[in-house]
Design a protein around this ligand. Sequence first.
Ligand code: ZN
Length: 339
Amino acid sequence: MTQYPVPSSPSWSTLVKSLFLLVYFVKIFFAGTQLQTLPLGHRFPMSKYELLKTRVSQEMAFIDLIESKPATEGELALVHSPSYIDQVFSGTLPSTVQKAIGFPWSLGMVDRARCSTGATIQAARQALKEGISANLAGGTHHAYADQGGGFCVFNDVAVATRLLQVEHHRTSAEPFNVAIVDLDVHQGNGSARIFREDQTVFTLSLHGAKNFPFEKECSDLDVELPDGTQDAAYLSALAQALRTMTSRFKPNFVFYLAGADPYKGDRLGRLSLSMDGLRSRDEAVFLWAREQGLPLAFVMAGGYGHDMQETAQIQMNTFASAYATWLLWQSQRFSLEAN
Ligand SMILES: [Zn+2]
């Protein structure tokens, strides 16, 4: 009589892992999308945040959407000057600064800027715990310590960077190095200036050479791309930039500004990436972080498509890539803990 091997029961670690992946969600933070109302015809597409939130909640059952808390004055003051914070809160910014920001002042503008910064802070803390998280908005990288600009009031990633470092140093004297990978099509000038003298933060910016801001700052690594750059050239430049950064800097944490505006159908982009190219870009960053075991928080940054549905699709693709990475994180973590 033929003897068949008795199938072995699945190990405890496999069972626990399967259960974990079934019941856990990746946590994503958002600022209330109705906080700030803009005048009719304003050129900033505020509706894109609501569109993205609706699509994520309807189509991505694995994402747990959590409304953020506003950043406190103390948190903002880790980066921004007290006088600037006070002027923003009280609506007494000089008209030139208000104009540079590009939004009319309102309490809603203040609330939204604080809540969006809060969402990036919460995403960063969450990523430290579970490997990856995000803010459904954020990436306001044109804000300097004492001045906003380009639709950016507070520099959310800079504030979250400093806060993570402060919280780390409550229990450890070891350095906590942060890499800011800024792939919005516009240079992260505010972040570059804020961290210009800071050896614990590496600012990498890939951006359109001829695009806003027209007076660039010096990031730790700037990659300036000509108008019309397409997928292959962009992805090659990105791979090289990640290699260069890794050879010069050893991060403990990554912020990724996943701007949708290098897309060929963007009104403000000037580059010519396809949707597939942007997906490959996201995958390259997520893969790079995972290979090095680096927790990563990502933010949406810019996206000004002629068709806002396309902008939302690019961002949805970023979430799908992030989720695949998150699953790998969790399964790796569980196999480590089970062994
Ligand atoms: Zn941008």
